[in-house]
Design a protein around this ligand. Structure first.
Ligand SMILES: Nc1nc2c(ncn2[C@@H]2O[C@H](COP(=O)(O)OP(=O)(O)OP(=O)(O)O)[C@@H](O)[C@H]2O)c(=O)[nH]1
Ligand SMILES: [Mg+2]
Length: 286
């Protein structure tokens, strides 16, 4: 995008924000797109370009930025990001040790809240399995007032690709159904996709009120965060997404330990009252 257009857009946003503040209703938000990466050198540069040039310019009522959360990928992912940071001022990078996807997301939330003044975070994969166009739908729902929005692969309009194989499909769909029964019954339809990696979460109403540091390192961190949000009374919204296949590079998904995950879900449900009490205490203190 030419610099002049970029400046114009910025000044429009600044005056929009001032106007909104003057009217006493602040609905222009800082939304940080968190992209966790491990060996995504082949995807991350393209993803940043698509977000900056095709997606963000079409969102005029919010301030959009990107945070790449890299775990010191040996393939040099962070070098690609650093180079892009010279070009885009709304792009940031957090580098840390590899402790799993859940911990990387935690680090991203911490950084987005403390350093980037985020009002909301969007968690998205960096490998194009989540089409960046869904950011429009997430942001639209956010503007409608929802505080936790999930990209669902399993409701009408959603899709789980055949290419990922039957085992993974069964695991996601029916493992997800079992999780919903364990965690949310009898209200299992409050959410249709508990393990989706695409979501928007509000900082003030959700992240500051849950104990996200306690969620574990693995891929089911997303279910744990959702469970805490539901416990504090957050109404979850969903947008249908067609989940794709990764554009380039290799999967980092660990071999699934289905019995272990099932056990963890049952433990979560059995400790519901304890967790509820802890979250109530937490919110009394703040
Ligand atoms: N920082 C960080 N990012 C990770 C880690 N594990 C996975 N990721 C990133 O999280 C996203 C999801 O991981 P994927 O490997 O794509 O997992 P998946 O989508 O279930 O598997 P595929 O369908 O094979 O792509 C990608 O952007 C990864 O680079 C990790 O330990 N640390
Ligand atoms: Mg992927």
């Amino acid at each position: 995008m030419p610099d002049s257009i970029h400046t114009e857009r910025k000044s429009f946003k600044a005056s929009f924000k001032l106007g909104v503040l003057a009217s006493g209703v602040d609905f222009m938000k800082n939304i940080v797109v968190i992209l966790p990466t491990y060996n995504e050198k082949e995807n991350i540069g393209d993803m940043i370009e698509v977000l900056e040039n095709d997606i963000f310019p079409r969102i005029n009522n919010h301030e959009m930025s990107i945070l790449v959360v890299d775990d010191n990928s040996p393939d040099g992912t962070k070098e690609v990001v650093k180079e892009k940071m010279n070009k885009y001022k709304n792009l940031d990078l957090s580098v840390g040790e590899k402790e799993g996807l859940g911990k990387a997301f935690n680090r991203g939330i911490d950084c987005a809240m403390s350093k980037m003044n985020a009002d909301a975070v969007i968690k998205m994969d960096a490998d194009f399995q989540h089409d960046p166009k869904y950011i429009f739908d997430l942001v639209k729902k956010y503007s409608e007032g929802y505080k936790y929005i999930i990209g669902t692969r399993f409701s009408s309009g959603g899709r789980f690709p055949k290419e990922l194989g039957l085992y993974r499909r069964i695991l996601s769909k029916y493992g997800g159904l079992l999780t919903r029964i364990i965690l949310f019954s009898p209200h299992i339809n409050i959410v249709t996709d508990v393990s989706s990696g695409l979501k928007l979460v509000d900082v003030e109403e959700v992240l500051k009120k849950v104990d996200f540091h306690s969620i574990s390192s693995g891929f089911y961190y997303t279910t744990q965060l959702l469970y805490q949000a539901v416990i504090i009374g957050i109404k979850v919204a969903e947008i249908p997404i067609e989940f794709g296949i990764r554009k380039k590079g290799k999967t980092k998904m660990p071999f699934s330990n289905a019995p272990g995950t099932l056990k963890a879900m049952i433990k979560l449900r059995l400790n519901r009252n304890k967790l509820k009490k802890r979250l109530e205490e937490l919110n009394k203190e703040t």
